[in-house]
Structures are given as structure tokens and as C-alpha cells.
Design a protein around this ligand. Structure first.
Ligand SMILES: NC(=O)c1ccc[n+]([C@@H]2O[C@H](COP(=O)([O-])OP(=O)(O)OC[C@H]3O[C@@H](n4cnc5c(N)ncnc54)[C@H](OP(=O)(O)O)[C@@H]3O)[C@@H](O)[C@H]2O)c1
Length: 360
């Protein structure tokens, strides 16, 4: 069988708006002995793609990783089918359904030995240091792929691993959520929020979500939240969360907005000794905490960066058992990735992920 040597793909050559995304046919790298050639059937557009495209990632220079290069093929997620394998590959064969590792680990790194493979140095994250999934065909080392369980839907796999594995790390590792805990998810309508709601529920927690849009309240409840609080009136929102928790406040607050107002809200409705997880930030805005808060409230402030292999494997198992799912807000063919960026960047009523289907 003649293997493809070129692929339709979308690449970024200079930072700017969605018009900078160039659809064309590009050469595929030759298949090395440890590579898989994969037909990419489903992927996504994420907030990181928008940040990369706009040139905002420079300030995230990650220790031990190369800078974010141009040209780049964006796209952190992919699920597809193996077309061919290199001569040294033994774990995969043509026809296997696979999903791209969203947060690769260097097995020999000291971070993996410390249980922090998500912080691995010397790895090339697809869509960041390595070529991402905005293409019909992908060639990557076998360590960049995992088998997709039989029961898992390929489109779901292409939009779930990035958000769910990071959320798994937040819920199970950083927070250690236990049955009966109260978890507040701030900015719950995006992909990360949805995933965190579902995983916190699976861990036995009561989950309270927030949104700025009254129109999203019902959708958040449909997604599995026990309560949805609209935050346009901060005092009212704080009273609502207090009432929901019998005046105690929540055990954990996960912020997906990066806004100082959200963090202040989290601090004000946190139970004594509670934990706040930061996942993002907004420019140079300073944190709304002072040193006294850490002593007065025994406040725990935790950061998160990506997920470990154990998070990804657990999420794939849950996906195969249909115990988690991602709401897909819109689907775009590869040639219209720019429109998908526009939608994610500017929509105020979007709930869920945006799928990219390269063969439609
Ligand atoms: N640290 C990590 O490892 C990691 C990994 C993945 C993602 N992230 C980050 O996690 C965040 C969430 O990801 P996502 O894909 O779920 O993003 P998203 O789709 O933008 O969802 C975030 C939600 O937060 C709310 N929001 C946005 N800006 C806000 C503001 N200024 N004030 C209050 N609410 C605001 C919006 O909900 P409403 O309109 O309903 O209010 C929005 O839907 C992103 O910043 C992403 O970059 C971090």
C-alpha cells in the first residue's frame, strides 16, 4: 500500500487573528522506526490554541521545554486510526484506534520519578513544541499515542482527553476530593468546567457551579451540577453559596476564569482550611490575597499544569465505560478551523467544546 507523504493541514506562520491560519497541503515527516502514521478523525480547538495563535504564550515559557515555535500546527487533541507503523513498533498495528497523548512524559525524567510526569522536562507537547493535530494525517512517536478502549466513541475521544485528564489531576491529585465534600467550579461552562463537574460528582462531592450568564444556569444543571449560581451580583452569589452549604462555605474552589474577582469570590466563600486551585491567569493582574489570609483562613492555594499519564489512562477507562462525556457545542471541518477560533474567542453563550473533524 502506498502511504501518504503529504497531508492537508492548517498551520500558523505568524501570530495574529484567525486569518493567520493557513490551510494547505504540507509534507509529512518520513515514518521513523518508532513512529505511527495516524489518520486523524477528531480533534478540538482549545483556549490554548487561541493564546498560541495570538502570540500570548511567550510569557508561559515552561522550565525545561523549548519555546513555542513558528510555524506551528495547532491542536492539542486527536483521536484516529493507525494507518502504518514503523519497523520497531510492537504495541500498535494498522487499524488500531488511538488517541494522542495530550501531556507527554519523559519516562526517564526526575519529575516522573517524583510522580509529577506532567512537569516533565525535555518533552515536546503536540501543538506546543511539536506539531499539533490540525491535519488529516499525523506522524508521531509511539509514546505519543494510547489505545482507545473499545467502548469509547472516537469523536468523544478527540475532544475529551485534554480537559478531563487535567481535571482528573485537579480533582483526585491536587484536591483529593472526598465523598461529601463541597466543590465550587468557577467558570464551569467551558470544557474544563464540564470535566471537573463530572469528575467531582464521580468522587462523591456536591458540586456548585458559577456562570456570568443567566441563560447558562439550566445547562449547567443539565450537565450534572447540583447548583448553578449566576455571579453578576457578587453579594447575592456569595449569599447563595453560603446558604447552599449551610453557612459553612465550600471545601474546594476551582477557578477557570483567572479573574481577580473570581478569586476574591472563592476566598470569601471558602471553608476554613479550604483549597483554591488556579488554572489560569489574566495578564499581570495581581492575586487578591494577602499574607494574613493564609494564616487567618489557613488558605491553601494550589496551581496546576497539565496531567500525568495515570490521569490520561484513567480518563480513557472512564470514557470506554461511558461514565463521562463531553458536550460538543459545535463541529467544524479542518478547512474552517479559523471560524472555530472566532467562535471560541467571541461567543458568550457557548457551553462545551468545539470539535474539528478533519475528514468532513
Ligand atoms: N493549567 C492548566 O493545566 C490548564 C489546562 C487546560 C486549561 N487551562 C485553562 O483553564 C481555563 C478554562 O479552560 P476552558 O477551555 O474551560 O475555557 P473556557 O471555555 O474559556 O471556559 C471558561 C469559562 O469561564 C468563564 N469566564 C471567562 N472569562 C471570565 C471572566 N473574566 N470572569 C468570569 N468568568 C469568566 C466563562 O463562563 P461564563 O461565560 O459562563 O461565565 C467561560 O466559559 C482556560 O483559561 C485555560 O487556558 C489550564
Amino acid at each position: 500500500m502506498m502511504l501518504p507523504t503529504k497531508t492537508f493541514a492548517v498551520r500558523l506562520f505568524e501570530y495574529g487573528g484567525p486569518e493567520k491560519l493557513v490551510v494547505d497541503e504540507y509534507d509529512l515527516p518520513p515514518l521513523g522506526p518508532h513512529d505511527l502514521l495516524v489518520k486523524n478523525l477528531a480533534g478540538s480547538v482549545s483556549r490554548w490554541d487561541i493564546k498560541y495563535r495570538s502570540g500570548l504564550l511567550a510569557r508561559y515559557q515552561i522550565p525545561g521545554r523549548t519555546p513555542f515555535p513558528l510555524p506551528q500546527q495547532l491542536g492539542r487533541e486527536t483521536a484516529g486510526e493507525v494507518v502504518a507503523v514503523g519497523s520497531g513498533v510492537i504495541r500498535f498495528e494498522p487499524g488500531d484506534r488511538v488517541v494522542g497523548v495530550t501531556h507527554p512524559e519523559d519516562p526517564g525524567s526526575v519529575e516522573v520519578a517524583r510522580g509529577l510526569g506532567n512537569l516533565s522536562q525535555g518533552v515536546a507537547v503536540p501543538g506546543h513544541q511539536g506539531m499539533g493535530s490540525n491535519a488529516q494525517y499525523l506522524v508521531r512517536d509511539e509514546h505519543m499515542w494510547l489505545h482507545l478502549p473499545d467502548g469509547a466513541d472516537i469523536e468523544q475521544a478527540g475532544v475529551s482527553l485534554w480537559a478531563f485528564s487535567t481535571s482528573h489531576r485537579i480533582v483526585r491529585d491536587r484536591l483529593g476530593v472526598r465523598p461529601g465534600d463541597d466543590v465550587l467550579v468557577i467558570g464551569a461552562s467551558g470544557g474544563m468546567g464540564q470535566a471537573t463537574v463530572q469528575l467531582a460528582k464521580l468522587a462523591g462531592a456536591r458540586v456548585i457551579t458559577t456562570t456570568r450568564q443567566e441563560g447558562k444556569r439550566d445547562t449547567l444543571l443539565e450537565l450534572g451540577a447540583d447548583a448553578a449560581v449566576v455571579t453578576t451580583d457578587a453579594d447575592r452569589a456569595r449569599d447563595e453559596v453560603r446558604a447552599l452549604t449551610g453557612g459553612e462555605g465550600v471545601d474546594h474552589a476551582v477557578d477557570f476564569t483567572g479573574s481577580p474577582e473570581s478569586l476574591r469570590f472563592a476566598r470569601d466563600i471558602l471553608r476554613l482550611g479550604g483549597r483554591i486551585v488556579l488554572t489560569s491567569e489574566q495578564g499581570d493582574a495581581s492575586l487578591p490575597f494577602d499574607a494574613a489570609d493564609f494564616m487567618r483562613l489557613e488558605l491553601n492555594l494550589l496551581g496546576v499544569r497539565g496531567s500525568r499519564m495515570i490521569d490520561m489512562i484513567t480518563v480513557l477507562k472512564l470514557l470506554g465505560e461511558n461514565r463521562i462525556s463531553t458536550r460538543i457545542a459545535a463541529r467544524f471541518p479542518l478547512a474552517r478551523v479559523g471560524e472555530a477560533h472566532e467562535l471560541l474567542e467571541h461567543s458568550t453563550d457557548l457551553v462545551g467544546r468545539i470539535a474539528i473533524l478533519p475528514w468532513t
